[in-house]
Write a protein that binds this ligand. Sequence first.
Ligand SMILES: [Zn+2]
Length: 262
Amino acid sequence: MIQVMAPPDLHRPPRRPHAWLPVAAASQLLVGLAWWQWGWPAGVALLLATHGVFFWGVMKPGSRLFAPVLTRLPTREPVVWLTIDDGPSDDTGPILDLLDAHAAKATFFLVGERAARRPELVREIVRRGHEVGNHSQRHPQAWFWALGPRRMRREVAEAQGVLTALAGTPPRWFRAVVGMANPFLAAPLREHGLARVAWSARGFDALEPEPRKVVARIGRDLRPGAIVLLHEGAGHGRNVEVLGLLLERVAELGYRCVVPEP
Ligand SMILES: [Zn+2]
């Protein structure tokens, strides 16, 4: 893999997965106190405010409220980290060829059950020098943010098992489904030594079918150390085109596509 200068604490699995618990308890105690002291309008206002913070922590992909998250590489070098979610898919082969043609490396955040159906693609990703990350076992898109502790643990652990068996080494990075983390994600991440990765540049390529628009959006946020969010296998079938255009744009701007070293 291509080296990128990185401080040793770049890969940070959660260390205190239950740190949110006493904070949440204290905040609700405060709500009770305010209610008792100043009456219900103050109590309700504070209740809504504390729950607002909670939902912000869940819904905002870069939020560190419930687990540490990497949103960009701390470097001034002209490098970017391409992360490709939702595979393996029919796009994986053409994507690998494009990356080779541009001497680019990427991290593929794979879905466990899709990987189990296409084991040859997982091996090919690794053989060509790219990295495999964990993107849950079943990709429960609508409900990932609301999963309870047991289901969350299963989503992380099962994918980790499948991907480790196929890739030969355990994934080190986790990409939350739709980027959302809830209070129950940190514990299984810690258990498996997984660090959470969000992004700093995206073009909404899972929905946007026009590759030029996607690449223009990403281009606006390209800077040293940017983490680029891409997808494969989207219904509109144009993810490969997006990558082709993006790789050209990245080269024009003088960036190299790297994967952070362990
Ligand atoms: Zn996804």
